[in-house]
Design a protein around this ligand. Sequence first.
Ligand code: BT5
Length: 344
Amino acid sequence: MDYNSSSTDIYTKRSGVMKEHKEYEVKKKILRIFRENGEKFISGEEISSEMGFTRAGVWKYITKLREEGFEIEAVPHLGYRLHGVPDALRGYDISGSVDTKTIGCKAIYDFESTSSTNEVAYGLAEKGEPEGTVVLSERQTKGRGRMGRKWISPKGGIYMSLVLRPDVGADEIPALTIIAAIAVARAVRVMSGIEPGVKWPNDLYVKGKKLCGILTEIKAQPDMVDFLILGIGINVNTSENDLPDGATSLKVEYGKHINRAEFVKIILEEFERDYCTFREKGFMALRDECRQKSLILGSNVKIDVHNGVIEGLAFDLDEKGALLVRNSNGIVKRVFSGDVILCR
Ligand code: BT5
């Protein structure tokens, strides 16, 4: 046997095949060894002794990694080194190299295609999957937006859902959605230099076009959230022709191909930092950045809410992340969710 099977049971599902995920742990560890060694070659013997494997066992997994697009150089007498990584959302790759304590560093379920990562994550959370579990897919066949709308999910994008168990009331949900939006906005800046604006509560826009949408779904008791699924859809290497009107992608705006695995890692790291701040200090500790990135504060807006329309000046976010809107009579309304239309 070439692997010590004491690892946790993690499963992945690609091309419809459920595999027990020893393989996930092995690939994760081999890639981590390569990354720790950087440009340096590492011998088959060293890898086998670190892994507790035979050299044949190491070779088997190196072959698999190569088949999955990892460029692994092999030089006689020197050994192996990682030379290039594919633009693919592989759970074992991301969870093994993300620099986080909870979010995305344990289980990442990856799919070539699935209905909706939010749907999958919700099912997993109901079965007890812990905080920080991530579901990723290269495509979605039933990507969801808010209020029954669709999220078009062609290949090239990032479709990702996080399981969170934040121990808060449902009134804190808008804050978590905005926090996720600013974390993604920062990651976009790191990857491309582009600074998207946040259209409260859940969209990122670049030059008037939608780049990213966030869908937060919860299972809650009257006073407490059981779990929350944070679904993030981003148009990354997506061609303009594959996107709906009014949408854009980083490929269109930035003009270069972006490594999505790297992008996901940065999002998870940025989000974890803000999520910890939120849990320790509350939304107020992050409000200034949310104000700065907002596309709507200071503008007249019209918001469709479930029982009507609110019109007025969007002038601030309150301590829960709700939008404060002052109407023409000077009355201030707190809005927790809705579709914002900017009035010129
Ligand atoms: C959203 O809804 O913007 C939330 C989208 C969340 C998608 C993620 S992907 C991972 C996870 N799994 C899921 O199933 N969903 C989440 P909303 O604010 O309702 O906006 C939906 C509207 O955005 C649609 O009615 C279209 O007008 C537009 N739209 C659809 N697909 C788009 C795309 N790829 N890019 C930009 N806009 C799009």
